[in-house]
Design a protein around this ligand. Structure first.
Ligand code: PEP
Ligand code: MN
Length: 299
C-alpha cells in the first residue's frame, strides 16, 4: 500500500535522478563517488578530509590563532561562521561581512581553503567572494530558494542534514543544487533529533546513514561530530567511529586552550583543543575511505 506523503527509499532514484547511483543522468559517472575539489582539497577520494576551526569568527586574532593550530595539527581546511543561526536573536549573530573578510585574510595567511555558512540567498554573493565553499546549515536544508541560488553560484556546497530530515528529504535538497548544474556537493551528517536528543548529548549521531547515502547517491558524505554530540570529550571517539563507517571526512569545531584565551561565544562545550585535533588527524591519516558493504534493502 502506498500512503500519501510517505516517501520510501525505493523512490529516491525517481525523486533525485541527478544524484542517484544507477541512473545514467550524470554522464556515466554515477557508479563512482563524485570527487568534489575545493582548491587543493579533494572530497570523495581515497583519503578522508578534515575541516576544522572555530564555531564562529569572533575576531581576527582568535581566527588566526585557531587556524594556525588547525594547520599545525595537519587539517586540510578551515571552518568558521560569519553568519550564525542562533536560537535567540539576542545571542551573538556573527560578525557578518567583517567575519568574511577575516576568514579571507586568515585563509591567505595559512593557505587553508575556507568553508562558511550562508543563511540566506542574499548572502551568497559576499560569501562566494570570500570563501571557497558554501555551507548550508541544518536549519536551512529545506530552504529551497537558498538551495537553487547555491546551485547557480557554481561554488562547492557543503549541505548539512536537517536535524529532523530523513534520507529522502536530504537527498532531495541536494537534488535542488544539482538541478542548477552544480554537482560539487558534499553531504554532512551532523546529528538528528531523536527521542533522547538533548538528554546526554546534543543530538543523536546517525552513523548508520553513511552506508545508506553511499548506496543511493554518488555524492561524498562527511560527519560533524561536534554538533552531533555537543560534548567535547565525545568528539574524538565519534570522529574515529565515523571514519570506521566509511565517511569521506570530518568537520570539527576547535578553540584555543591557551591560558587566557577568550571562551568561545558559541558552542564552547563542544570545542576541542589543538592536541585532540592532532590525534584525530593522525587517526584519519592512517585510514583510507572504506565504504561499508551493507544493503539498506536487506534490513
Ligand atoms: C555550524 O556548523 O556552525 C552549524 C551551525 O551547524 P548546524 O547547521 O549543523 O547546526
Ligand atoms: Mn557551532
Amino acid at each position: 500500500m502506498k500512503i500519501a506523503g510517505i516517501v520510501r527509499l525505493e523512490d529516491i532514484s525517481r525523486l533525485c535522478p541527478l544524484i542517484s547511483r544507477g541512473t545514467d543522468s550524470f554522464a556515466g559517472e554515477s557508479a563512482e563517488t563524485r570527487k568534489v575539489q575545493v582548491g587543493p582539497v579533494c572530497f570523495g577520494g581515497p583519503r578522508p578530509v578534515v575541516i576544522a576551526g572555530p564555531c564562529s569568527v569572533e575576531s581576527f586574532e582568535q581566527t588566526l590563532e585557531v587556524a594556525r593550530a588547525v594547520k599545525a595539527a595537519g587539517a586540510d581546511m578551515l571552518r568558521g561562521g560569519a553568519f550564525k543561526p542562533r536560537t535567540s536573536p539576542h545571542d551573538f549573530q556573527g560578525l557578518g561581512l567583517e567575519g568574511l573578510r577575516i576568514l579571507r585574510e586568515v585563509s591567505r595567511q595559512t593557505g587553508l581553503p575556507v568553508v562558511t555558512e550562508v543563511m540566506d540567498a542574499r548572502q551568497i554573493e559576499p560569501v562566494s567572494e570570500h570563501a571557497d565553499m558554501l555551507q548550508i546549515g541544518s536549519r536551512n536544508m529545506q530552504n529551497y530558494t537558498l538551495l537553487v541560488e547555491a546551485g547557480r553560484s557554481g561554488k562547492p556546497v557543503l549541505l548539512k542534514r536537517g536535524m529532523a530530515a530523513n534520507l529522502c528529504e536530504w537527498l532531495g535538497a541536494a537534488e535542488y543544487v544539482a538541478k542548477e548544474g552544480n554537482f560539487n556537493i558534499v553531504l554532512c551528517e551532523r546529528g538528528i533529533k531523536a527521542y533522547p536528543a538533548g538528554e546526554y548529548s546534543r543530538y543523536v549521531l546517525d552513523l548508520n546513514v553513511i552506508p545508506a547515502v553511499q548506496e543511493y547517491s554518488f555524492l561524498p558524505i562527511i560527519v560533524d561530530p561536534s554538533h552531533a554530540t555537543g560534548v567535547s570529550a565525545m568528539v574524538e571517539p565519534a570522529s574515529r567511529a565515523a571514519v570506521e563507517f566509511g565517511c569521506h571526512g570530518l568537520i570539527i569545531e576547535v578553540a584555543s586552550d591557551r591560558p587566557g584565551a577568550p571562551k568561545p561565544m558559541c558552542d564552547a562545550a563542544q570545542a576541542i583543543g589543538p592536541a585532540t585535533l592532532a590525534r584525530i588527524v593522525e587517526f584519519v591519516a592512517a585510514h583510507s575511505v572504506e565504504p561499508l558493504k551493507v544493503s539498506a534493502h536487506a534490513v
